[in-house]
Design a protein around this ligand. Sequence first.
Ligand code: AHM
Ligand code: MG
Length: 335
Amino acid sequence: MKKNVSLTRYLVEQQRDDGLIPGQLRLLLEVVARACKRISQSVNKGAIGDVLGTAGSENVQGEVQKKLDIIANEVLIEANEWGGHLAAMASEEMEGIYLVPNRYPHGEYLLMFDPLDGSSNIDVNVSIGTIFSVLKKPDGHPGVTEQDFMQPGSQQVAAGYCIYGPQTTLVLTVGAGVAMFTLDREQGSFVLVQENVRIPEDTKEFAINMSNMRHWDAPVKRYVDECLAGVEGPRGKDFNMRWIASMVADVHRIMTRGGIFMYPWDKREPHKPGKLRLMYEANPMAWLVEQAGGAATNGKQRILDLQPTQLHERVSVILGSKNEVEKVTRYHSEA
Ligand code: AHM
Ligand code: MG
């Protein structure tokens, strides 16, 4: 791997040499990265920047909004609305889609994001992140509607996340593998630290919120019971458990050393397919994981094949090391 390659250079080379990304998409990704840099600054300041605590409002899903949820949402909108690369945006923190104002030129891309994932970890100084997904607006009609966003995850043209942890790292795919870039604060730019990220197919580490165990469905319970049985059980090996409660941080660990992450449907709110959102949480993560050789399903189907019907649709999520995800998915089909 070449040394000291900035995100800008990486994207320019992808556009020029490999023809992988059109100029407008390159601009979009640079702008998202710039916004993540700004969010990272706010996250780092914490109490000094008066950014901790709740904002005193709720989002469309009835969740209490943190100050940083709102700040991150505004940063992403302001950074992206004027560049001419977007037709519209959608976010966990906004009920409907956000149309690019008419005073700015309009582009052909649709950007979706969870501006600050892992909100419950903001105030306790644990890793959080931004997740984003990019689609192309379907041709054939002027303007843009919510319906234009209703495309399965397999139609994404770019996806990524930025984790605000001990390091700020941007993880990106445009459909040709996964690359990681860490923010060099002195230089002020993201620097390539890993190309062709690969998730090991096998693992001895699982991530699930165990406090929900009594509400799980039988196949999930079976899988976790077998992990817990350790070397004496049917798996014949001891498993380790991690749960950070920031999907970005749990997925980043899996990207780095493998593992399986589950936020399955459970009986607490049986009418909801899951907790996590399909369009701006599960789809981008599922594509990244697949691009790194892993798998992502809702227990029954590949997440990227699901046809969305609503912007804030929820989904059951099982993703990570391929052989483990296939095992949990098989347990669902056997049940
Ligand atoms: P958020 O988008 O409101 O932060 O919620 C999503 C988060 C995920 O990052 C994480 O995996 C999950 O919620 C944690 O949920 P729980 O607190 O139920 O363990
Ligand atoms: Mg989230």
